[in-house]
Ligand binder design. Structure first.
Ligand code: HSE
Length: 438
């Protein structure tokens, strides 16, 4: 069989990884496909910088049209990132009858519907394993070997940068800003690292995962999204004291005809399998009605793991082309006309346990004021720690309360009332707790 010719748009860190992998592992790829996968053209505005990889003469171009108009190129890899011009490039490649492989979670989370519809009309495939969990083959598993299940939940640590930062804050008491810089230097962070630390990147990935698991299209704007930039060393310390670790968790649940889709710092029990996922590692835990809980973990960011997922998609497409198969499956796994709309539960209606950290003046009646407001909103206290000041009597002291399960709307109302009290020295911090990750 003739070799498969591919084109790459966007020659950054990940693109260089793809070129390196196709070259270094050419023999094993050929042995598995029965043909070579050849990087025919690479388009980027910068074709002179050294990316540390060997590129054959005549491959680099500044014109994407050299890829679109090349009839030998059957697969286009989009690694431009962001919304535009990435979306236009993908739609143009589809219009030209080319299959798409992309790592662009932002694009799929917000504009997936348009892209999938165009691909379906044209009879080409869109593969995006690298968009979620870096090198972890979770999307392929959901669409493939786990496809027989109804899924009730999907939980995950899906941002390598945040997990790296939280791990070093937990293990070394490291400072947030220093660790973020290290994550950027290691090539984990997005070009705009606020997407990482404010939870947006994780929410993009949750939108994709929840769509695949629950057979729906999640409106990205309905995903409640909070990042880790407000997590302090004190939060990490108190969480550990109560037997928990703080992780930035993506949570998707399909319960009673509604979906919970939220991203926020979450306390999980120290003995939970997700609590031991550290550094750049990601983990995704799914529960299917027949398979039960399944967990995937691996490197969630970085050049080599992401290249592994992209080339895995290239191999899958190449095998189908070799077998003469047409389009193998719909982009979301579900047939296109079976995708349904499932309402996303408002955040005020979710039920959770909480750790509340108050900063208060150490004087009579303080605890009564807090407990009274919690009681008014039906919030029951499970346990509590108060640390007294060591030196200065007038300095604020922390009171940390663990609640029983409560409605988020009630917590918000109680805290906004409590934060008005003159005994409160700074805005109260609260972290949601997930004791049961199924
Ligand atoms: N910036 C992302 C992360 C890269 O840190 O996980 C992979 O999407």
């Amino acid at each position: 069989m003739k070799d498969i010719q591919v084109g790459l748009i966007g020659f950054g860190n990940i693109g260089a990884g793809v070129v390196k992998l196709l070259r270094e592992n050419a023999a094993v790829i050929r042995a598995k496909v029965g043909a070579g996968i050849i990087m025919k053209r690479i388009a980027d505005l910068d074709i002179t910088s050294d990316r540390g990889v060997v590129v054959d003469a005549g491959v680099l171009t500044t014109s994407v049209d050299d890829i679109f108009n090349d009839p030998d190129i059957s697969i286009v890899i989009e690694l431009v990132g962001g919304y535009e011009p990435a979306k236009s490039f993908v739609l143009k490649a589809i219009e030209k009858g080319k299959h798409i492989v992309t790592a662009n979670k932002a694009l799929l989370a917000l504009h997936g519907s348009d892209i999938y519809a165009a691909a379906v009309r044209k009879g080409v495939e869109v593969q995006f394993e690298a968009a979620v969990g870096g090198g972890i083959p979770v999307l392929t598993a959901i669409k493939g070997n786990l496809a027989a299940n109804h899924f009730s939940s999907v939980f995950g640590i899906m941002n390598g940068t945040c997990n790296y930062i939280l791990t070093r804050m937990t293990q070394e008491g490291a400072d947030f800003a220093d660790v973020l810089r290290a994550a950027q230097e290691l090539g984990y962070a997005e070009p705009d690292p606020t997407f990482d630390v404010e939870g947006v990147d994780t929410a993009h990935k949750l939108a994709i995962l929840a769509s695949l698991c629950f057979g729906t299209r999640i409106d990205f704007k309905k995903i409640h999204t909070e990042g880790i930039s407000n997590i302090s060393g004190l939060d990490v310390k108190y969480a550990a004291q109560f037997g928990y670790r703080i992780k930035l968790l993506a949570i998707g649940k399909h319960v009673d005809g509604k979906i919970e889709a939220r991203v926020h710092p979450t306390m999980i029990p120290l003995d939970s399998p997700l609590a031991d996922i550290n550094g750049v590692f990601n983990a995704i835990r799914l529960t299917g009605d027949f398979v039960g809980p399944v967990m995937f973990s691996g490197r969630g960011a970085g050049q080599n793991p992401t290249a592994s997922a992209i080339v895995g998609d290239l191999i899958g497409l190449s095998r189908s082309m070799k077998a003469g198969a047409g389009r193998r499956m719909s982009p979301l796994g579900f047939l296109d006309d079976t995708i349904v709309t499932i309402p996303v539960k408002p955040m005020a209606d979710i039920i959770s346990k909480y750790m509340l950290r108050f900063s208060v003046l150490d004087k009579p009646g303080v605890l009564g004021g807090i407990a009274g407001a919690l009681g008014t909103y039906g919030i029951s206290i499970e346990s509590m720690v108060q640390t007294s000041h060591e030196v200065d009597d007038s300095a604020p002291v922390p009171i940390v309360i663990m609640t029983h399960k409560a409605r988020e709307g009630s917590i918000q109302k109680a805290l906004s009332e409590i934060d008005q009290l003159d005994i409160i020295c700074e805005k109260t911090s609260f972290i949601r707790i997930e004791d049961n990750l199924e």
